[in-house]
Design a protein around this ligand. Sequence first.
Ligand SMILES: [Zn+2]
Length: 317
Amino acid sequence: MMDIRLLVSRGVFLETGSTRIALDPLVLPRAKPQATFISHAHQDHYSTKVLRKLSNIVMSRVTRKIIDPKRRLKNVIEVNPGETIEIDGLVVEAFHSGHIIGSLQFRITLRDAAIVYTGDFNLEKRVVLQPATPLRGDLILIDGTYGHPAYVFPKRREIYERIISRVKEVAGSGEIVLKSRKLGVAQELTALISMSTSLPVIVEPEIARYNEIYEEYGEILGRYAVSEEPRRGAPLITRLSRRLPRNIPAIPVTGWALKTGIPLSSHADFSQLVEYVKRSKAQVVVPVCGFREEFSRYIRENLGVDSYSGKDISIRL
Ligand SMILES: [Zn+2]
């Protein structure tokens, strides 16, 4: 029997006996954790200011390259998919999470209990990255970004076809802009359009910076040019917040644009989240972000698995 206390607020903080773990913390925990885990380099998953004060910080080599390019953080432990390490009695396994370059999911074994932190993940085969495989564990701390039944996306192949035909159709007669998250979907769009069409692809400089990191770590994105400006006949990939003249057609490419754009996302949609829970064989599941309450209720009522969504949670495993 093991009693676990979880605090889910601006990060996930887990305590059991004298063991304390921080997962993607955005604030300093009340007491110093033995180990801190950073799942990936999106800014809502880490704070450099907080990390400067912590030790035993576990992340992938690629994540470190993005968030700490000058290697100023001390006490970083780099792990890569497929590796297992031990920290103070914790056995930590790292796996691909299929979300963005360098993203990991972790399984942390503590005495007899296996705790899985999925981070943001994706189970589908894409033109970039390796997809995640659901991990088995007793307690699953899962991404809940699209943990609402309204967010079921079409199959990736179908979405890819939609993007390609739309881009070909519009680029023939004018300019077209695809707006997406600059780290994640932007690289998938670069690879998809450059390798499935003969159109010259343009990416913003800020996106090109991440493209280069993908390429450095073996991803193939094809040919693309770097510029801020849209050009006739050449699809431009920009950040979501970019403002453009009204006469230029701009398509938002994100899971949130299910009705208004193209729902290509680096996150698992609702069906994938459910699939993960089923395959994990978990005793307890805690969604840690997004539609926490809705997803937790769905898990309890439809999957027959114990699930919680509060801020301060006590669990007995
Ligand atoms: Zn993310």
